[in-house]
Design a protein around this ligand. Sequence first.
Ligand code: IPM
Ligand code: MG
Length: 360
Amino acid sequence: MSRRLLLLPGDGIGIEIVDEARKLLNWLVAAGLADLVLEEGLIGGSAYDATGTPLPEATVERARVVDAVLLGAVGGPKWEGLDYAVRPERGLLGIRKALDLYCNLRPATVFPQLADASTLKPEVVSGIDIMVVRELSSGIYFGTPKGVETLADGRRRGFNTLVYTTDEIERVAHSAFQVARQRQRRVCSVDKANVLEATELWRQVVTEVRNRDYPDVALSHMYVDNAAMQLIRNPRQFDVIVTTNMFGDILSDEASMLTGSIGMLASASLGKAYALYEPIHGSAPDIAGKGVANPLATILSVAMMFRYTLGSPEVAARIEAAVSRVLDSGLRTADIMQPGMTQVGTVAMGDAVVQAMGEG
Ligand code: IPM
Ligand code: MG
C-alpha cells in the first residue's frame, strides 16, 4: 500500500532543498524502491503570505493523516517585523506542538571525506558519532506566562517560563535510553541543575527512569556550559546527549560544526503518533534563491524517514551510501568546499545523489 508523505518546503532555501528531496523521492518511486504518494502544503512565511497564518489548519489536518512530514525551513527578514503570534517560526513550533513531537533526534556524525571541512582539527572531529536527543514540545519554548509587558513606570519587561512536568521528562528520557541501546549505551543528560529548578527536576527524573528501566545504560550528567565546552574540546566522549528544548537547540548547532557544516545535519522529530523530518538548519535568507544551498541535510533527513517511519532501513542505508559516494567523487556545495574539490550548486548536488543511487 502506498505511504503518504507531506512536503512542507516553507521559506528561503527550504524551497530549493525540498526540490532536491522530491527529486530523490520521485526517483525511488520510479525505481520501485518505494511506494509513495507525495503531497504539498504550506508553512511559515509563505503560508502567512498566502493565508494570513504561518500554520494553516489544512496543513495540520493533512500532517495528521499522512505517514510522515518532510519540512524544509521557515523564516526570513521579510516577516521579522510581524507580531510574534504570526511569525514563520510559530508555524514550526505550532506543528511540533500540534503533532506532539517531543523527541527530536539530531545525529552528528562526520563523513570522513569532510573531516577537513570542520573548523576544528581533523584529529578532534574524526570518528565522532553523537546523537543529540532534544526535547521538542515543552520547556522555555512553550512555557507560560510569556510576553512583553509595559510596567507602570514605563519600562518594558519581557518574560518566558521554563517549565517541565515529570511525564514530559520521562518520555524523552525513555527515547534517549532506547536510542542508546542501539548504540554505545551511554547517555549524558545536559542541564543547568545548579541554577534552574526545572532542570534540577529534569536531572532527578532522568536518573529515576534510568535506575528503574535502563540499568544497562550508563548515565552521566553535565551542566550545559561545560557541555558546550566539552563538545569542542573532546567531542568523541559523547554517545547520546539528552537535553531540554533550548539547550538542545543550541548544542545541536554547535555539534553540527564538528561535522563540517550545518548543511549536513538531518533530524527526526518524533511523537507517539506522528513523525516530521527536517534539516536542522534554517532558511538561510542570505543565500536563498541563489541555488547554492546544500541539500544534503534534507536528503539525509529523507534517509532518517525511511529508517524510523517507513521501515526501510535498506533504502536509508542506500541514500547514505549515495551521499558518501558523491562526497568521494569530490563534489562540494559552497558550505563544505575544500581545496582541490569541485564546487557545485544545489541542483547539481541533488542530481549527483540521484545518479549515485542509480549506481548503487
Ligand atoms: C531549529 C530551529 C528552530 C528552533 C527555529 C527556526 C524556531 O532553530 O529547529 O533548531 O529554535 O527550534
Ligand atoms: Mg536551531
